[in-house]
Design a binder for this molecule. Structure first.
Ligand code: SF4
Length: 305
């Protein structure tokens, strides 16, 4: 078992959307993509960051008085952070009485994570297990492989949620220890993919082809999140569906409705969200039109929740 530590920004228990049964989902920190709509902006950077929750702040100014290098200032009735300042952030966070300031992640050894996961093992007997999500789990590849092996030694069902923006050798190494693989295919057009996610999609498409021709192809679920004006076009869904069905017509494909909840997290990190006015969920009629396009382009196993 590796002694290297894993940076984790959340452990969500009793999840029912990230694999079979009731899941414990472990979110690895760090992602090579920069999707404009990212639902977990706290998972983007590999290193830990400071979160500031204005709604919990009582303006006691303990943080301002504790800081040494102007990392926290009080200006025009607002607490302002310079997260790059070389401060003793542990000390500043300890000084906050309301936990308005917090680190966004923690470091765990594989053994510590297994202990956390095993707290829920009574649920795993009924078809659940652990799901590794992120960020991008493969950005911490050696720790990921060790954690997956340790889960299998404990008889725990394993799933992963990945962007597939990873060298194929790591997928090959992980595959024997994975029971379910959720992978995104966000945008088929390579120019638009680069514009909206920050990276080229050729590596992702190659890895999808690899998975859908592997002996685990029936355990793979390809997903497209619907993002208004970006991924949510009939043309994009049609192109993705045609690509998947040309490789394996029985591909399990899921089209995810837009999630309007992500916006609130951006304020905690002083980041801008891609929509000034948050769009709403798509109606069942609009979802049906996307399902129709996927089926018309050869998808036989459409997942509809
Ligand atoms: S210490 Fe916490 S509660 Fe007090 S001003 Fe700073 S962030 Fe707000």
């Amino acid at each position: 078992m590796t002694t290297s530590n894993l940076q984790v920004f959340d452990i969500k228990r009793f999840s029912t959307h990230d694999g079979h049964g009731i899941r414990t989902t472990v979110f690895f920190k760090g992602c090579p993509l920069r999707c404009k709509w990212c639902q977990n902006p706290e998972g983007l950077l590999p290193k830990r960051q400071v979160l500031y929750m204005e709604n919990k702040c009582i303006h006691c100014l303990s943080c301002v008085h504790t800081c040494q290098k102007h990392g926290v200032r009080f200006l025009k009735d607002k607490i302002l952070l310079d997260r790059n300042a070389l401060e003793d952030w542990d000390k500043i966070i300890d000084a906050c009485p309301t936990r308005a300031l917090q680190f966004d992640s923690s470091s765990y050894s594989v053994s510590e994570l297994i202990q956390e996961i095993k707290k829920d093992e009574s649920f795993f007997r009924y078809g659940g297990g652990v799901t590794i999500s992120g960020g991008e789990p493969f950005l911490q590849p050696e720790g990921l492989l060790s954690l997956l092996s340790a889960c299998k030694e404990e008889g725990i069902h394993t799933a992963i949620e990945t962007s597939l923006y990873v060298d194929q050798e790591w997928i090959q190494k992980a595959l024997p220890t994975l029971d379910q693989i959720y992978a995104d295919c966000k945008v088929f057009d390579s120019t638009k993919h680069k514009e909206w996610t920050g990276v080229d999609n050729s590596k992702i498409l190659e890895n999808i082809r690899y998975l859908l021709t592997s002996d685990k192809k029936d355990q793979v679920i390809i997903r497209t999140p619907l993002i208004p004006t970006m991924t949510a076009t009939q043309e994009n869904i049609g192109q993705i569906a045609a690509f998947l069905s040309s490789i394996y017509p029985q591909t399990h494909y899921e089209i995810l409705n837009y999630n309007p909840l992500a916006k609130s997290k951006y304020a905690y990190l002083d980041m801008d969200y891609c929509f000034e006015e948050n769009p709403k969920l798509y109606s069942p009629e609009v979802m049906e039109s996307f399902y129709r396009v996927a089926k018309e382009n050869g998808i036989q196993n459409l997942i509809i929740e």
